[in-house]
Structure formats: C-alpha cells, structure tokens
Ligand binder design. Structure first.
Ligand code: FAD
Length: 554
C-alpha cells in the first residue's frame, strides 16, 4: 500500500476492520429469514487468506518496469499480490464472488502511482510504446467490470492509480468553478472545498470509496442530483492524457463547438485516455439542509408525488421513494433505539389504518431540502401539499437525519450477505415518467420468474432515486439465497432478466453505473447498432492499438 492512498480490502468493500453487523438491529434477522429463508445468526465459513490462494504471477518485463520506475520512482511501482488483486477488480458482486473463490482472471502485472499529469503522460506513452495495456484506476468501486483486463490478454497490463493526484487546485469564486485533480476521493475533496465554504454536491452511495475521475469516466450520479445535477452536468471542463497528446477542454457553461468532446469523455471508462483533472460546478454551502420523511399508501402514489414535485416550483435536493419491500427493509434495518425503527409504533400505524391503508403496501419517502430558511419553508409547504394530494403523510425529519448519517454504511451489507450465502446486487435504469410504474412491476416479476424457475428463494425491491423533468431513475436491489456451486449461474440469469426487462420497458441499460463488460451485451438494444458503430469508431480511431482499457463498453 502507498501512504496516503486508500485501498479497499481485497475481498470486499472499504477498509479492513469495518463491516456490517446486526447485533443492535433485532428486527433484521427475522426479516431476512422470512424473506429468503436464511438464518443470519448461523456461523459463517471463514474467508480464505489471500496467501492461501493461487495468484497468477506478474508478467511485467524488466524494460517496462525500468521505464515506469524512471518516471514515478520505485516506491510508486508496485507488483505485490495484494496490490494487483485489489486493482484487478471493481466491487460488483460477481467480482466479490470471484476473488473470494480465487478466480483472478487476468490481473494487472503492475500498479503505478503517478503524482503529476506529466508523469501520467510519460506512463501512457511508455505503455503504448511497449504495446502494453493501460487501465486507469480511481477508487475501484465500479460494479460493471470496468477494470479487469480481457481474459486472453497476452500483453503486459499496467494499472494506473490516480490516488496521489488528490488536490483541489483552484477555486474560481467568481464563476463558482473548482479545478480539481482526478484521483481525489469524495470525502477528501469535500473537506478541501468545504474548508473554503464550497461544496460540489455530488454524493453517490459509494462517495467514500470513489474518485472524481471515476465519476466522470462512468457518468456517475449522486443522491442530491435533483439539485446539483449528475456528474455530466457538474463537470464543465477537463484535461485528459491520450497517447502522445493531452486533451484540454476549458470550463464553459455551454458551447456549440460541434459534437461535444466533453460528453465523449464522460462515460469513456478509460477507453480514450486518463482524466487528470476537471473543472466542476461548486456551490456555497447552504444555510439549511433538511431531509423530511413521508409515507404513501402505495409505491405508485409515491412515484406520482415525485413526478409532481419535480414539475412544481419546489426545486428539492432529493426525492426518494421506496417500494413496499424496501420500506420494510429500511424499518427492519434500523437500530432498536432509532426513530426509524420505532416510527410505526408511534401511533402512525393507527393513522394509516384509520386511512384504510394496507400496511403491507406502504411506501416510505425521503425528500431533501436545501437553501435559505425562507426557501426551505416554501419548498416544504409545496411538497407537503403534493404529498397530501397523493394520499401521503409527513412524519418529520428524525428518520431523514438518521438516513443522512448512515447512508455510506450500506455498501458493507453486501459482504455480510455474501458471508451468509446470499448474493446481493443492484441494477438501475431510467425511463420517461409514462413507464415508471410499469418498469417497476415488470422488472420485479421478471426476477421473480427466474427465482421460481431455478427453485431458489430471492427478493427484489426498488426505490426511485433521481428525478428529471421527463422521467426518473429507479434503483433495484436483489438478493438471492443460493450458496450452491451454481450460484454464479443463478446470479447471471437474474441479472440478465432484470437488464432485459429494463430494455423491454423503455428503460436504459444503466442510469449511472456505466457499461464495462457487464452491460456491454445490451448496448445495441440501448443505443441502436448505429450508436454502437459510432462509439466503436471513436474508440478505434483514438486507440488503434487497443492499448487503452480495451474490451469495455462496446
Ligand atoms: P473505478 O471503479 O476505479 O473505475 C471505473 C472506470 O473508470 C474504469 O473503467 C476505470 O478505468 C475508469 N477510470 C477511473 N478513473 C479514471 C480516470 N482518472 N481517467 C479515465 N478513466 C478512469 N455510482 C453512482 O454513480 N452512484 C451511486 O450512488 C453509486 N453507488 C454505489 C454503491 C456501491 C455499494 C457500489 C459498489 C458502487 C456504487 N456506484 C455508484 C458505482 C461506482 O461507485 C461508480 O461507478 C464510480 O463512479 C466509480 O468511481 P471509481 O473512482 O471507484 O472508479
């Protein structure tokens, strides 16, 4: 490990020593048992030690190693097993299952940690001159197989970790723009911005373990995107190292200079080069920040309310509504003492029953407000009216502030589930509002059909996570109780059914996780064969030798 550069544990999410536990959440074990038949109080099989697994040896040749050492220094050129394994995968559940099973595929042969754009440029040129492969590495948090070299890759593979390039270079206070190095992780970046009274407002669930460059390269979206926009809106300009040249796009509010090169880099997953820095929109830290919780009699009522909120004058920071099963999951996963967990016992249940609600169908929502006191009061008034018009009721800000504090802990739960023989993953899509309810019900049914066909117990639930003028993103979580040798097969079938359902129901293959290898098979259905032709031509033109993270996207 390199001092000052964070590295995930090789077998799961986040740092060693931090994990999910349910000791203080008494409702969680019965909830899981009831839903998928797994007893999470049972002891688990210990994880293998990395030293017990067979790691394919590095194929790095002396000549390339010497070049890399000459550029960045020997300390910053690492080829030990743990470094190679942590850089060879993202954090999709398939990645987690494979590393735990010692199925390492084609690991990078070496990881290099440049400190400057000049070093990045010299590394890229050295790698291309050696006809090797270069794969940029941010936080390693992607879940679409965007980091793994192609299985049959015979050439040397160099992973370039941007973690030392982690500074906010400048803030243009007049224009509300910040120039920031691409390797900075979310919390470090926000700390530097907030120390000067600014925020970028981009908060994906993976915020703690993902980087600015990774967000741009995957077209990320954060939970506050309703106010701050997706990274595609936030990122106004950038610099990217390409073989033999550097792309420099100045920050502009808008431009008509032909097809947008900025948009071509957004979502390029390392296939066009290495992003070294970006200019991003920043905002003054708001006076008030508040997340209110609401209940609706059904998910469909919640969807309707979100649609109306986005077209109202209330420019909220976030609006999120969970379907019935996810609502139960949220309740069951609250600490015994928490406001979240005790919500329904506080008389609210009586109110719901009096309104004739079926408690099996209720949907919980969080709506976030930011701005001056007056603005927030005005927005809350508007949202309250919309909630009531859709049969909902407000329950205050207690549960919302708890959600806000705990939101970055949830990724650890996937490792815990995997320890207990459950495969948990997520898939997300966006559709026009017209299809929002339909894509939800049909996708849940498609997954359920596969559970039934394969004779496994599983569950799929969902929330609306990002709203737009014309539609919304819905985020599906699925858990399958399958610890058999065929578990990966089961996972593949469920994942395929969900992705196909997205396409069949007018959705996109992914709203913000990107493509990688995982979603590549659906690209011609998503953007049409002509769209694939344009993307392929772009990648082949920029990178005729297939040296830049080949095999991703198309
Ligand atoms: P990596 O995983 O390191 O890389 C991703 C891709 O980008 C790779 O192809 C890599 O080569 C390329 N890349 C990385 N850095 C650069 C660079 N500087 N220049 C060029 N290419 C580069 N995503 C969201 O958008 N919103 C969420 O809320 C969200 N929640 C998540 C929750 C969990 C539990 C997990 C596991 C993932 C989640 N993700 C989410 C997905 C993931 O965090 C994003 O895709 C993120 O943008 C990846 O950033 P990273 O720095 O980890 O990139």
């Amino acid at each position: 490990m390199i001092e000052g550069v964070k590295q995930h544990k090789w077998w799961g999410w986040g740092e060693e020593g931090k994990s999910y536990h349910h000791d203080d959440k008494p409702k969680f074990a019965p909830f899981v048992k009831n839903l998928v038949g797994v007893d999470i109080n049972e002891p688990v099989r210990p994880l293998p030690r990395l030293s017990d697994l067979e790691i394919p040896p590095s194929r790095l040749e002396a000549a390339l190693r010497d070049s890399l050492v000459a550029i960045s220094g020997a300390t910053y050129v690492q080829a030990d097993d743990e470094t190679r394994v942590t850089h060879g995968f993202g954090k999709g559940v398939r990645d987690l299952m494979r590393v735990r099973a010692g199925d390492f595929g084609r690991l990078p042969d070496v990881v290099v940690y440049p400190a400057t754009e000049d070093e990045v440029a010299r590394i890229v040129d050295a790698v291309v001159a050696a006809d090797a492969v270069v794969i940029p590495f941010g936080g390693g948090s992607n879940i679409v197989a965007a980091l793994e070299a192609e299985p049959g890759e015979q050439r040397q593979v160099v992973s370039v970790n941007l973690g030392r390039m982690n500074q906010v270079i400048a803030i243009d206070e007049h224009s509300s723009l910040a120039h920031i190095q691409a390797g900075v992780f979310g919390p470090d970046m926000e700390a530097q911005l907030q120390a000067r009274g600014w925020t970028m407002g981009h908060h994906p669930d993976s915020f703690v373990w993902s980087t600015l460059g990774g967000w741009i390269a995957t077209r990320s979206s954060g939970m506050q995107s309703d106010k701050y926009g997706d990274i595609a809106d936030i990122c106004r300009g950038l610099r990217m190292v390409m073989p033999g040249q550097i792309l420099s796009l100045r920050p502009l509010p808008s431009t008509s200079s032909g097809p947008s090169v900025r948009e071509m880099v957004l979502g390029s997953e390392g296939r066009l080069g290495i992003i070294t820095s970006a200019w991003v929109n920043v905002h003054r830290i708001p006076e008030v920040r508040e997340i209110q919780a609401y209940f609706f009699p059904t998910y469909e009522n919640g969807l309707k309310a979100c649609e109306q909120i986005v077209s109202s004058d209330a420019a909220v920071m976030m609006a999120r509504v969970s379907d019935a099963i996810e609502t139960k999951y949220i309740m069951a996963n609250g600490k015994q003492s928490s406001k979240l967990s005790s919500l329904l016992s506080k008389g609210i249940e009586k109110v719901m029953l009096a309104k004739g609600w079926d408690l099996e169908k209720i949907a919980m929502a969080f709506v976030g407000f930011e701005g001056s006191h007056n603005h927030v009061t005005y927005e809350k008034g508007l949202v309250g009216k919309i909630v009531r018009a859709n049969g909902g009721l407000g329950v205050g800000k207690g549960p919302g502030s708890l959600y806000d504090q705990k939101k970055y802990d949830t990724p650890y739960i996937r490792d815990f589930m995997l320890d207990h023989g459950m495969i948990c993953d997520v898939s997300e899509t966006s559709t026009p509002w017209r299809y929002a309810a339909e894509i939800h019900s049909k996708t849940v049914a498609a997954a359920q059909q596969v559970f039934d066909e394969r004779g496994v117990r599983g569950v799929v639930f969902c929330h609306l996570s990002h709203s737009y003028h014309s539609g919304a993103c819905q985020y599906f979580t699925f858990a399958i109780a399958d610890a058999s040798d065929g578990a990966m097969d089961t996972y593949d079938s469920v994942k395929r059914a969900i992705q196909q359902s997205f396409i069949d129901c007018h959705g996109t293959v992914s709203h913000h996780h990107g493509v990688g290898e995982e979603h590549s098979p659906w690209m011609d259905q998503d953007i049409s064969p002509a769209g694939v032709f344009i993307q392929r031509t772009l990648f082949e033109g920029v990178d005729p030798g297939r040296n830049l993270n080949p095999g991703k996207i198309v």
